[in-house]
Design a protein around this ligand. Structure first.
Ligand code: AKB
Length: 340
């Protein structure tokens, strides 16, 4: 009998860490991780096994396929938006081909054990592209179907993979005689920028907010690469994990979409800095604008409409901006750096 497991790709990354922390605390012990880098002690102590390797390595995925019965895949591995702009072809390989490999693994597994495999895909506000700052200011909270004109390789990859997931879930090989509908139970959330108290992001464009906060907590200088009025939605890592778990627990019959917006708060970079200064009055931050990264932020919406997530699966964030700082970021970040 193959052992039943839950697979997390990109397990050593920010959301991977958050997921491992939360699933382990809930008593889930059959987690298998994959990451390009060896997992750190936090992750290895909370997982059954962590494989070092690439999601592009079909032999590695084939070994997983043979060895385990996969119940669910949380596919977190990706090259984020800033990094992807430096290596668009590699980004496409990792973000699209890698996702295709995992969707295929999910389908093979579901066909072999005869039960649907749940597949979680973290999409992003990067799928949106608003044409100008004037439009960005005017449109306010945008719905899932609006402004899907991504201006980054990462955004293009995420948008396309949402469609791939839909294809695997609903239309896979529709000309064949065997019925595969529903075997891959694909669900996706378009995340805003995520702020964790425990980890720092790498290679994203929303990184300016968490970088500012962590630098202040460490007493270090920070150059913020966007203007003070730059505004996109954010949420805490705790809320991001809550959302993933809530969406994945919801019976499929209650979901009217495969892809959902969610949001929590959307301060400008200047408002975020003011909040940081309430707790770290000495925060040493200069606004040193990187025009290229700024233009990516300008193409992302100020706000998103998450009405459908609220209706279908009861989405509601724990943290608004004030509570994010007072209840999560500040207590945890202080204890993190005090213990270093
Ligand atoms: C990035 O900045 O690339 C990500 C995202 C918004 O998806 N954090």
């Amino acid at each position: 009998m193959r052992k039943s497991i839950i697979l997390i790709t990109g397990v050593n990354g920010e959301i991977g860490h958050g997921l491992v922390r939360s699933l382990y605390n809930e008593g889930i012990t059959n987690l298998i991780g994959i990451d390009l880098n060896a997992a750190d002690d936090f992750v290895t102590e909370r997982t059954m096994d962590c494989l070092v390797g690439s999601i592009l390595d079909r032999n590695l995925l084939e070994r997983l396929n043979a060895q385990y019965e996969i119940q669910a895949i949380f596919h977190m591995a990706a090259l984020l938006s800033t990094r992807a702009e430096f290596s668009p072809v590699i980004a496409h390989e990792v973000n699209v081909d890698g996702t295709l490999n995992l969707l295929d693994l999910a389908m093979e597994q579901a066909q072999s054990h005869g039960k649907p495999v749940q597949f979680f895909f973290p999409s992003s506000i990067a799928v949106y592209g608003v044409p100008s700052l004037a439009v960005k200011k005017k449109v306010g909270a945008i719905r899932e179907d609006d402004y899907r004109y991504p201006q980054t390789m990462y955004g293009c990859n995420k948008l396309y993979c949402e469609s791939l997931g839909d294809y695997y879930g609903k239309y896979y090989k529709r000309l064949s005689t065997s019925d595969s509908e529903g075997l891959v139970d694909f669900r996706a959330i378009r995340f805003p920028g995520i702020i964790s108290a425990h980890t720092l992001p790498a290679g994203g464009t929303s990184d300016y907010a968490p970088e500012m906060l962590h630098a202040a907590a460490k007493g270090e200088h920070n150059d913020c690469f966007v203007r003070e009025d730059a505004t996109i939605p954010f949420m805490t890592m705790q809320d991001a994990i809550l959302a993933i778990e809530k969406l994945m627990e919801t019976p499929k019959s209650e979901l009217t979409q495969t892809v959902y917006n969610i949001k929590a708060f959307n301060p400008s970079a200047g408002e975020f800095l003011s909040k940081v200064k309430e707790y770290f009055p000495g925060a040493d931050v200069d606004f040193v604008i990187n025009d290229n990264r700024q233009s990516i932020i300008d193409s992302w919406p100020t706000d998103v409409d998450d009405e459908q997530a609220r209706k279908d699966w009861g989405w509601e964030p724990i943290h608004d901006l004030d509570r994010a700082f007072s209840e999560y970021l500040i207590p945890e970040i202080r204890s993190r750096y005090e213990h270093k």
